[in-house]
Design a protein around this ligand. Sequence first.
Ligand SMILES: Nc1nc2c(c(=O)[nH]1)N[C@H]1C(S)=C(S)[C@@H](COP(=O)(O)O)O[C@H]1N2
Ligand SMILES: [Mo]
Length: 390
Amino acid sequence: MHESRRIVTNQPENSETPLDQLRSWVTPNRLFFVRDHFDVPPIDVTDWQLRVEGCVERPATITWDELTSMPVRSVFATGECAGNGRSFLQPSVHGVQWGAGAIGHAEWTGVPLKLVLERAGVQTDAVEVVCYGADQGTESDHPEPMNFARGLPLPKALHPDTLLAYRMNGELLDANHGYPLRLLVPGWYGVASVKWLTRIEAVATPFEGYFQTRKYTYQRSVGDRTESAVVGPMVVKSEIIRPRAGDVLGIGTNRVFGVAWAGENAVSAVEISVDGGSTWNDAQLLGPRSRYSWCLWEYLWDVAQPGEHSILVRAVDSTGAVQPEEHDRLRGGYMINFIRTTSVCVKSSRETRDQPDDAEALLYDMNAFAEDISRMKLDVEVEFTAGAGI
Ligand SMILES: Nc1nc2c(c(=O)[nH]1)N[C@H]1C(S)=C(S)[C@@H](COP(=O)(O)O)O[C@H]1N2
Ligand SMILES: [Mo]
């Protein structure tokens, strides 16, 4: 089967993970969605450097060899673009018209940003760390060339799971995903995870760059007024992987399955409604559970009536937050997690007897995979297709 990312725009590439082809907890690198604002910058590691400066005691320039000899940490994390699902909004909202696939899940390996910041000695007046990518370009409302850059609040920058990541699923990053080095801010929308990193600057006042204050901001209500906020942690959400909208199913037991995630929080339940949202039933959570990772779920749906049916899914997180019925318009084209309907057609001429997945086998595959990649040498192609998975 030919699998590839689904192109939404070319030059720069914006492409989706082909969700209907997902078979595993981990998204293979070549299928992992790409969100680029500008062209991919050509970088040669032999003359690449990372500058650490601003409100620090000891500004530093770190080479590739120095960086890759520092202690590493690995974190599994789901990545989602803040605009994921934008094409489902009515009326439409300006921006890349993403379907459901601006999402993926990978194991990220690199040096905790905290280590580099501690070596440099961050001064007490610093509030954010601004991360600059090597990519450069203009936007229609910003004709002067600029680099992609984002400010990360200091507490998240100092969290031990926030990484200067150089491997994805055991391989060195590919050019599309930020080679040679990117930030990985687990639990936060993808925009925080600056790719092609070349400079980090500790600052004493909040950063006001284009992608911080003009894009990737939203409104939220506080009491009876609204305030601007910078896109940060991901909100609770779920996605059906199978069946797909328009699929033809049989009478009997149909296995509905998918993924659910909640940023920095755990997913506590996934619920399914097949009666338009009047009653909800618990789906079964499957396989590995890891702090910033999506979890897999399945629901065995017994259907006796032929005809058109709608499936609704909603996830609930550990804070009690649940996916809303409608998009919060204050968020504009970002943080889109309202419950969508998947319509399928059940035919009486067919009969289905789906079985639950073997969750134990799935878990075994995941552990074997995790163990495998921790032994990988640089640049070894990892194929992960074992098991029925999702
Ligand atoms: N330098 C740089 N970093 C970037 C971007 C970019 O355009 N340039 N896009 C951001 C956005 S909006 C997202 S959603 C993620 C996407 O990461 P991926 O392409 O590896 O999936 O990268 C983020 N980091
Ligand atoms: Mo994004």
